[in-house]
Design a protein. Structure first.
Lengths: 258, 270
């Protein structure tokens, strides 16, 4: 029963759009600067998110002890952001940045660089990247930690005997073993940052000057507020194509047998 | 890694500390009064008050939000587990035509943005007359959760030797008995993790939950959206509501901490 609903949803969506729309919407879509810009913003956001979070995650995972009470407590505590409803994430960060109330606002004033999220695009991007990093780096940490834990200690002993430097231990032993885990982390992070909606919407409403209007915002806006189902549908299809392509890469990566 | 066994893990501790700051900030705001909040920055509430929490507990508009969310999350978890368990078993044990493709296409559902599905889902559920019903949100979330559930459970079931199936067959167990008496107890952690991840998505998702409900079944997340957009001054209550949304997940995660990574990687890492 669930399966039927499942597929009916999917088919009615794609089928419906192909029948009603034709290619005109797509032509209009790709000539619309609004769409191209929000697509670019989405890619840019994902790119920065990955650039920051992946190295940071690996670094932190390397430093967490392999076992013990401390390690367990760290793991449980860093998981917390992953458990918070997305809307609450947005609110938490607006509490941190509201003038006179927010901690970040307070420190920004302290270093005489007042926060101005209503007009300053660079600051807004900094904050949303900080928010995403805060929210999701723990996922990378967890995955890498699991990957590192799976490396037998004999490898390290052998490396010690050979007098290998920490750098060569990392590049020769850890990195190859982490390859699969890292690829999973990269792809999951790419997808989740690419489809970000609620958190940034609560925090910035897509502004200032549309600078944080990502593809998902543009889509929801077009489809539900302007009731432009045709253009919204075409956007959804382009969006889905990117998602499906990425999933395909993801699947190929995970099905590689070690 | 062996060499730094005795070293103090400074980086992770600093990181953990940084992770906790925003949560601490929200928690401390939730114990403040609006007046104190307006009077400037302070790390601790000067006169800690439970007033914000008591507003939530006593106002049905608020606490019903939690109950509504809890309802559809529970329906969703139950649905996902009942459907995903046999499905995951089939994926793990049988070879059939199109298996690879099907398994892959499930993944795309996991990756799909709720924003993409918003319009078709609202249309379908209003056609079915299920708008503002727990069932509609639970079913909509199944779209995203079922694939996750199948992927995670498949990972766990594949960890159980196939010999056990054959042994059970020899011993005269029916499929149902085999599931109930042998398989389910064996993969209990897997079921816990799967339930957790279904819970997690359903509990944290707001776009669909909001669009598919009107009044009766509005979940807490949607109520927070409304409150935030109407009353700008209600930061303290919003914080208290936010703190309350974190607690169930936190309890859950303590139980399944050993298996949580396997869940986040969709059952692909041991």
């Amino acid at each position: 029963m669930g399966m039927v609903i499942y597929y009916s949803l999917h088919d009615s969506f794609f089928g419906g759009n192909y029948i009603w729309v034709g290619l005109d919407w797509f032509k209009q879509l790709f000539s619309s600067s609004e769409f191209i810009l929000s697509l670019t913003r989405s890619f840019l956001f994902s790119f920065f998110a990955l650039l920051i979070q992946i190295p940071m995650g690996v670094l932190i995972a390397k430093k967490i002890p392999k076992s013990g009470l401390l390690a367990n407590s760290i793991i449980i505590l860093i998981v917390i952001p992953l458990l918070i409803p997305k809307i609450v994430i947005g609110h938490i960060w607006s509490f941190l940045t509201i003038p006179q109330i927010g901690l970040i606002d307070f420190f920004a004033n302290l270093i005489t660089l007042p926060l101005d999220l209503n007009t300053n695009i660079i600051q807004v991007w900094f904050i949303i990247l900080l928010m995403d990093t805060w929210h999701w780096t723990s996922l990378v940490v967890l995955l890498c930690y699991a990957g590192l834990k799976a490396i037998p200690s004999q490898y390290y002993q052998a490396a010690n005997i050979d007098g290998a430097s920490p750098l060569s231990i990392f590049t020769k032993i850890e990195l190859p073993k982490l390859k699969k885990v890292l690829l999973i982390a990269i792809l999951l992070r790419f997808m989740d940052s690419f489809i970000i909606y609620t958190e940034t919407y609560v925090l910035t409403r897509g502004g200032p000057y549309l600078s944080t209007t990502f593809l998902s915002h543009d889509l929801v806006q077009t489809a539900t507020i302007q009731f432009d189902l045709g253009e919204g549908g075409a956007m959804a299809v382009v969006y889905s194509m990117i998602v499906i392509l990425t999933s395909f890469v993801f699947y190929k990566v995970i099905s590689i047998k070690e | 890694m062996n060499s730094d066994k005795n070293k103090f893990p400074l980086t992770p501790i600093v990181y953990t500390f940084l992770i906790l700051i925003p949560i601490y900030w929200m928690t401390t705001i939730s114990f403040k009064t609006n007046k104190e909040l307006g009077s400037g920055i302070s790390l601790f509430p000067k006169e800690p008050t439970l007033a914000n929490y008591s507003i939530i507990i006593n106002d049905s508009a608020w606490y019903l939000g939690y109950l509504n969310a809890a309802f559809y999350v529970l329906i969703n978890v139950a649905l996902c587990l009942t459907i995903a368990l046999p499905a995951a078993y089939a994926f793990s044990r049988y070879r059939f035509y199109g298996k690879e493709f099907l398994f892959f296409s499930f993944l795309t559902f996991r990756m799909m943005a709720p924003a993409i599905m918003l319009v078709p889902m609202v249309e379908i559920f209003s056609y079915l007359g299920l708008i503002d019903n727990y069932l509609s949100v639970a079913l909509a979330h199944c779209y995203f959760n079922l694939p996750i559930a199948i992927w995670i459970l498949e990972g766990f079931i594949s960890g159980i030797p196939k010999d056990m199936d054959n042994q059970a067959k020899v011993d005269g167990y029916s499929y149902f008995q085999y599931f109930r008496k042998i398989l389910i107890p064996q993969i209990a952690p897997g079921i816990g993790v799967t339930a957790f991840f279904c819970f997690l998505f359903s509990w944290t998702e707001v776009l669909l939950a909001n669009a598919l409900t009107v009044i009766d079944a509005k979940p807490i997340n949607a109520i927070m959206t409304r409150v935030a957009s109407v009353f700008v001054s209600n930061i303290t209550i919003l914080s208290a509501a936010g703190v309350l949304t974190i607690i169930p997940g936190l309890f859950f995660v303590i139980f399944i901490r050993r298996y949580i990574v396997k869940g986040f990687s969709l059952g692909r890492i041991d």
